[in-house]
Write a protein that binds this ligand. Structure first.
Ligand SMILES: Nc1nc2c(c(=O)[nH]1)N[C@H]1C(S)=C(S)[C@@H](COP(=O)(O)O)O[C@H]1N2
Ligand SMILES: [Mo]
Length: 297
């Protein structure tokens, strides 16, 4: 199967689709700029369907079933919405989603998601690098990590009425990981507004880490000095570490991570090999040079 570097193609399918989609963009979505973005080698014929991306989800705030987020999130209120940027910054600030969308232009980023459970999707996201936001706030010298916090609203999110996780959902990155251009603030997918079940109005996405690192519906970005404890580390530290880089050589204590199932392929299709850093090693391996990735899982 021929693989394309995304930067090599703007042609055919994608380009035509862009033209089609650009007409369907909703007002207020903000400016979209279709610049090329250098992704890992992705076979564009394998892009997961809109239907699969939006009906097979993990979003425990709406329940633990794969179709719960699609079924139960449709009335979730994403307006008005603002995000607080606080902690080790010179001036904490609260910024609305509208303002974020007008300040930063989204581009199409076709990136692969690998869930720790052993399935994957190739998703045509729209978004921009988190580094663009970070470079607008002055960090103090103590800012070594960043913590993301998702919304806490048990009235709207029935899953939060149960102690499946310690709500609100929290995740974190080291500052250099957060500054990496592949760390994306997601504003949409398939050139449409981000569906609620995928984390509207804004979520984070890092393609080289297991999917659970990419927190949905964030309300807070906090810069901190000490390594934060994510919700999953809290729930099961032996199974979920802080780094959670996709790594076929480090198994989950209860299952192998060597292979994965591409969602959408027929269920009899053979599982595919999981790649180190989910295939993004060329771009991110340097962040971990000298680190024992079995120890820092
Ligand atoms: N707030 C929040 N973010 C979350 C989750 C969640 O339960 N709550 N699930 C994570 C997991 S396990 C995965 S695999 C991805 C799934 O993203 P998707 O549904 O957009 O494919 O979201 C991640 N972000
Ligand atoms: Mo996941």
């Amino acid at each position: 199967m021929k693989k394309f570097k995304y930067s090599e193609i703007t042609s055919e399918k994608i380009y035509n689709n862009r033209r089609k989609f650009i007409k369907t963009l909703s007002v207020g979505f903000g400016s979209i700029c279709f610049s090329n973005y250098s992704n890992a080698n992705i076979d564009l014929s394998k892009i997961t369907s809109f239907k699969d991306i939006t009906t097979y989800n993990n979003y425990y705030e709406f329940g633990t079933g794969k179709s719960d987020p699609y079924i139960k999130s449709q009335n979730f209120k994403t307006k008005p919405w603002s995000i607080r940027i606080e902690g080790e910054v010179e001036k904490p600030l609260e910024i609305s989603v509208e303002e974020i969308l007008s300040l930063f232009s989204s581009e199409e980023r076709i990136l692969k998601l690998r869930c720790v459970e052993g399935w994957s999707m190739i998703i045509p996201w729209n978004g921009f690098s988190l580094s663009q936001i970070i470079s607008k706030v002055s960090l103090t010298s103590k800012a070594k990590f960043v913590e993301f916090e998702s919304i806490y609203d048990p009235n709207q999110m029935s899953g939060q009425r149960y102690p499946v996780l310690n709500w609100p959902y929290k995740e974190g990155l080291r500052i250099d990981e957060a500054m990496h251009p592949l760390t994306t603030v997601v504003t949409g997918l398939y050139n449409k507004k981000l569906p609620n079940q995928n984390g509207a109005p804004l979520r984070i996405f890092m393609p080289w880490k297991y999917g659970f690192k990419s927190a949905k519906a964030i309300v807070k970005i906090k810069f901190v000095e000490k390594i934060p404890t994510s919700s999953w580390m809290w729930a099961s530290p032996r199974e979920y570490g802080f780094y959670s880089n996709v790594n076929p050589n480090v198994n989950h204590p209860r299952w192998s991570q060597a292979t994965e199932r591409a969602i959408g392929n027929d269920i009899f299709a053979p599982r595919i090999k999981t790649e180190m850093f989910n295939g993004y090693g060329d771009q991110v391996a340097h962040l971990y040079s000298g680190m024992d990735l079995k120890k820092y899982y």
